[in-house]
Design a protein around this ligand. Sequence first.
Ligand code: ADP
Ligand code: TZD
Ligand code: MG
Length: 579
Amino acid sequence: MSSMNVAETHSEAESQALTDGFHLVIDALKLNDINTIYGVPGIPITDLGRLAQVEGMRVISFRHEQHAGNAASIAGYLTQKPGICLTVSAPGFLNGLTALANATTNCFPMILISGSSEREIVDLQQGDYEEMDQLAIAKPLCKAAFRVLHAEDIGIGVARAIRAAVSGRPGGVYLDLPAKLFAQTMDSVAGQNSLVKVVDAAPRQLPAPESITRALNVLKSAKKPLIILGKGAAYAQVDQTIKDFVEKSGVPYLPMSMAKGLLPDDHPQSAGAARSLVLKEADVVMLIGARLNWLLSHGKGKTWGEPGAKKFIQVDIEPREMDSNVWIAAPVVGDIGSSLLEMNKAMGDKWAKPPVDWTNAIQERKDVNLAKMASKLMNNQVPMDFHSALGALRTIVKQRPDTILVNEGANTLDFARSIIDVYKPRKRLDVGTWGIMGIGMGAAIAAAVETGERVLAVEGDSAFGFSGMEIETICRYNLPVCIVVFNNNGIYRGTDVNPAGGADVAPTVFVKDSRYDLMMQAFSGVGAYVTSADELTQAVNEALDSGKPTLVNAIIDENAGTESGRIGNLNPQSVVTKK
Ligand code: ADP
Ligand code: TZD
Ligand code: MG
């Protein structure tokens, strides 16, 4: 009888097998093919990271949450699955929040999952460990924010977060998981049944047929048409459809910085090297996954020539983007894949190419500008200027078109954007819509982790500093990242002096000749110090051959840069005359 009892108790325990909040979060993510977490451990999520590793997830642990968040957002951009950033309460959450807001601004899908303190204490403001009403603070800074209080709701909470992040215009989502949730238990079968595998998380959005006809009529009427491709077009991963459309139409196109490579930058229809001409002169401009924000001077003003002389066509998934800055004559609201597919069909095989006057004028301008640039690129002077250093990197990227280029800084950004050609889609990651410094190492890490490709991060010395400590993360995971720091001793240039003549240096100036290469060596990475284009070429090629974490400290003439790179015009002028 006693043995009988033992057996019964045993089977009862089996049928009562339990799961908990930790496991349900991990199972919910894995069920939706999310297999990587970027984060920083601590109370209450340390065990979540450990258990995620046990369950076969890749957990990339950073030195600061902002960079983990930037990595998650770039993972989202590259894969169309929301990147996951995992943070601790209040301060960790706030560190991640910048990245969440930046992701939302850039239309990148990510989910910031943050542990939080006890609701009862937080809501009475009784001073809990890392107390903060995180949900309320996140809400205005992201696309959607949710909190899960009960283990049986984890599946639904994760599903809602995924849908909110990737459907329609993608963006950042906040998921608040209070400490108590993780230890809550429930029957494991019921737990598994509570999970949701999201079906069709980002449904196609078919454009209205009349919007397609309207758009093509406007395009057909153009004498000087122009297409502008934005990073929404790169995100959409419909590369062939876009190429077909651009080539069928014969219309010159301009890629926004992260759309470079959707068609190779040396494509005959690229108007990249005649940017000011085409923006000013075009009579019909078709925007595909690009917004008329500050990066395009809001579609008006001097850049755009004669006021009211242009008609705009805009293809975007977000209806409210239309008319946000100027009148859109032909809005096409739909996903880019479906919209361009319809247009390709409707254009047939006899679509008339744009007038040759227009395409010839563009070609002439391109030839002049490219010749002007070419003469500056090839020289081996010491110290390097931006052109000689970038000329070397331009050649390397041409030889290695699969390399993912990460780029931030002011002059370092602006020069690299126009000098380094990109040959394949989603191979250029940069400061995005905000022009934010600090995306560098997070983007580089995510690019390496998500694609397995070599990564070349071209960084201003100031830009690098924002996320520089993550080189330890790069070394720890042995990622094939080569960082080139454009060391010009400061922000924009290294020559400013304190106008008051005091002991402090000017606000834009750093320690002269800083040895960023030695930082890398401190973590057993490869550090190189180079002063000429030839040395730079050699160091970067070695890094990309070996795949070893490398930092190349590239000495750039400290006089070479200009204030704010190419956006100095955005600096307000002081109206108070100095005494
Ligand atoms: P850029 O900075 O390169 O000009 P933006 O970030 O300003 O690009 O614009 C990207 C646009 O692409 C956003 O308006 C977004 O709504 C849109 N978008 C993103 N994904 C898609 C998609 N799959 N289909 C259509 N539009 C999209
Ligand atoms: N802080 C953040 C988060 N983003 C910013 N864009 C800035 C500050 C302001 N800023 C720029 O816009 S560029 C830049 C800063 C600090 C650095 C430029 O210096 P650099 O590049 O060394 O990176 P160059 O090549 O010297 O111009
Ligand atoms: Mg600098």
